[in-house]
Ligand binder design. Structure first.
Ligand SMILES: Cc1cc2nc3c(=O)[nH]c(=O)nc-3n(C[C@H](O)[C@H](O)[C@H](O)COP(=O)(O)O)c2cc1C
Length: 350
């Protein structure tokens, strides 16, 4: 039976990858100022921290503007995962995503992340437990899995098909595939994002083998113009590092190019100003300025004025007050955009 848990969000055509210390609520807000449609993901939150931790509200906090936004969970205890997922759905998240892709030692010791590719039945138990718990609460939120194409020497097509076959039989209908395998020992998480080669054809083949599933490709996508090529073979593309490093350059055309929306280009300076408005709003409630300015370092990358912007960001930590720091940043923006243009409004068909 097709339930809401199986319905694919159109936003999955393009998504921003979950990244620890990167995709916190501030960066997600910044991305949403640039694209209204890309699907956002939180950093990974462990089920244990949510259910047993001291401050679940802080871990779940997000701005209404962020939707559609998915909560990524780490863990492998089905009951704990189910409790955490219910908390996430109650907090308003639009998707619950399981991290079966992280290779860090800490995560492997805790028996979650990519090592779970070797335990498809346990992952299936988690999916079932989560979906049952959500259904009991009438919260029909899709449950998805983010994984890789293999681990260690288990990297055959058959291994991946077996994993996806088991987990999809348990009820998961959307798989995000970081198209490289992970080595569980010997490589740091960073090396595991660079050294194992990217094998996009494995994600394409997965879609051919499981046409009924939603398959999202991830890994090494550096240009928005590459997204359309991948979309010929898979249902969606997820971008991580490139979107973090140069968010405006990567995403300003996403709504028009990927989602077929009328072009509405908000110029960089205008988007940056809106982010500064957000900073003005957040600092009085106690959010440290540097937690938010750090995400804007690459905002004007490759554009005249980007050096002055980066310098002003660096200096903002020594300003007498957050307000003074933000005013300094506004001055840099005003120099880049002397006419004070608000929107280069275009309503061109995409
Ligand atoms: C700093 C950093 C933190 C990451 N944290 C997570 C995480 O919390 N959960 C996860 O599933 N993947 C995490 N990843 C992996 C990314 O989601 C993504 O799979 C990977 O970076 C490959 O995509 P990219 O080449 O587009 O960056 C992280 C990556 C980076 C660079």
């Amino acid at each position: 039976m097709m339930t809401a848990q199986h319905i694919t969000s159109p936003s999955l055509r393009l998504s921003i990858a979950p990244m620890m210390d990167r995709t916190d609520r501030h960066f997600r807000y910044l991305v949403r100022l640039i694209s209204k449609h890309v699907q956002l993901y939180t950093e990974m939150v462990t089920a244990n921290a949510l259910v047993r931790g001291r401050d679940p509200a802080r871990l779940l906090a997000h701005d209404p503007l962020e939707h559609p936004v998915a909560l990524q969970l780490g863990g492998s205890d089905p009951l704990l995962m189910a409790q955490a997922a219910v908390m996430g759905a109650a907090a308003g998240y639009d998707e619950i995503n399981l991290n079966i892709g992280c290779p860090s030692d800490r995560v492997t010791t805790g028996r979650f992340g990519v090592c779970l590719m070797a335990e498809p039945n346990l992952v299936g138990d988690c999916i079932k437990a989560i979906q049952d718990a959500l259904s009991r609460q009438s919260r029909l939120v899709p449950v998805t899995v983010k994984t890789r194409i293999g681990i260690d020497h288990h990297d055959s097509d058959a291994f991946l098909d077996d994993f996806v076959g088991h987990v999809s039989a348990a009820g998961c209908k959307t798989f995000i595939i970081h198209a490289r395998k992970a080595w569980l020992t010997g490589l740091s998480p960073k090396e595991n994002r660079e050294i194992p080669p990217l094998r996009y054809e494995r994600a394409y083949k997965l879609k051919r083998d499981f046409p009924q599933l939603t398959i999202v490709l991830n890994g090494g996508v550096k240009k928005l113009s590459d997204v359309a090529d991948h979309l010929r073979y898979v249902d969606g593309v997820m971008i991580g590092r490139a979107a973090y490093e140069t968010p405006f350059a990567m995403l300003s055309n996403a709504d028009a190019q990927v989602f077929g929306q009328p072009r509405q280009i908000d110029i960089e300076a205008n988007v940056a100003s809106k982010y500064l408005d957000y900073l003005e709003h957040e600092t009085p409630v106690g959010t440290r300025l540097s937690l938010m300015t750090r995400h804007a370092v690459g905002f004007f990358a490759g554009r005249p004025g980007s050096r002055a912007w980066r310098q002003a960001l660096a200096q903002s930590s020594t300003a007498p007050s957050p307000h003074v720091a933000i005013q300094g940043l506004r001055t840099v923006i005003a120099k880049m955009n002397p006419s004070g243009t608000q929107i280069v409004g275009e309503s061109l068909a995409a």
